[in-house]
Design a protein around this ligand. Structure first.
Ligand SMILES: [Zn+2]
Length: 314
């Protein structure tokens, strides 16, 4: 029988699947530790494994790194959070989508009073004739995607991520209302302008944060100021609601520094310009048609935050 073949037969017939329990106390202790931890005893048995062996038993399953399970959990929790709070967006968007002189809606399209927690502000989108929106799953889906992307870009349980996740449903709500009635209600923009810098101040006090509160405050002032100048130059091009929204967005982007603030603000203008040009090319809009700018500011800020979170160094 050729040599290779002998070796093969011996390997097949005599090699035990698991090395037998060693007799010396030191080796026995190592064997026990190895078998209880799930690592193949062959890996620690101190016996060199011949290279002609079948590779099956040489592969030792490496324990999965802990970081990746934390990462996956974080993204999943963020997505579920986004989907849950996003379910509350359609009703609030319906109630806020009125002309400036009108009061907020308090009845469904069929005329029923919108009752429920939070004076009827918190609740589902309703069904059939009572539905407050024809597409009730767009807002929850958008919120879930934004939250998951923010968690993925942040890469770990950083305190500022909590601020982004709290702000996400309000951002989607503002985008919905602005898309429908070209309005960014003060009832949302002004509390956000106060809450974002305040919450980031809290985040700065916690461990593992990866940003700067003073940059956030300066960023809010800078972007708010820049939008105010644009509003003064051309009041028909921007609404004053856009100026108020620029403060919390500037604060959020500024947390990651001036480069991220600039990138996020520029991305908003770019998205708006691409959309406007697309409409003109499709002959759906003329040069003077007003398009709501809030959704593009918010979309640009999301892109900026994703970039900032991904590149942030704590
Ligand atoms: Zn109804």
């Amino acid at each position: 029988m050729p040599k290779v073949c002998t070796l093969f037969v011996r390997t097949m017939s005599s090699a035990p699947a698991i090395p037998s329990r060693p007799s010396s106390p030191r080796r026995r202790a190592r064997y026990e530790a190895a078998t209880s931890s799930g690592i193949s005893p062959a890996a620690t048995a101190n016996v060199p494994v011949p290279s002609t062996h079948f590779p099956m038993r040489q592969t030792v399953a490496a324990p999965a790194p802990r970081v990746s399970s934390v990462y996956v959990t974080l993204i999943t929790v963020a997505a579920l959070w986004g989907a849950a709070v996003g379910l509350l967006v359609p009703r609030a968007a319906y109630r806020l989508s009125v002309e400036p002189e009108e009061p907020w809606r308090d009845r469904c399209p069929a005329g029923h009073v919108l009752a429920g927690p939070g004076r009827g502000w918190l609740g589902g989108p309703g069904r059939q004739a009572c539905a407050t929106t024809p597409s009730p799953y767009v807002a929850p889906l958008l919120t879930a995607l934004a939250c998951a992307a923010l968690a993925a870009a942040t890469g770990g349980p950083r305190p500022e991520l909590a601020v982004w996740l709290l702000g996400a449903p309000f951002a989607v709500l503002l985008a919905c209302v602005d898309a429908r009635v070209h309005r960014l209600p003060d009832g949302l923009t002004l509390p956000l302008a106060a809450a974002v810098p305040l919450l980031l101040g809290g985040a700065e006090l916690l461990p593992y944060e990866a940003g700067s509160w003073i940059h956030a405050v300066l960023g809010g002032l800078a972007l708010g100021g820049a939008y105010l100048v644009l509003f003064w130059i051309n009041p028909s091009g921007l609404g004053f609601g856009d100026v108020k929204l620029a403060v919390p967005l500037g604060a959020a982007l500024g947390w990651y520094g001036w480069g991220v603030l600039f990138a996020g603000a520029f991305a908003g203008f770019l998205l708006g310009a691409v959309y406007g040009l697309g409409l003109m090319l499709l002959r759906r809009a003329g040069r003077s048609s007003a398009i709501p700018f809030g959704p593009f500011m918010l979309g640009g800020a999301l892109l900026g935050l994703l970039f900032g979170a991904f590149t942030a160094v704590p």
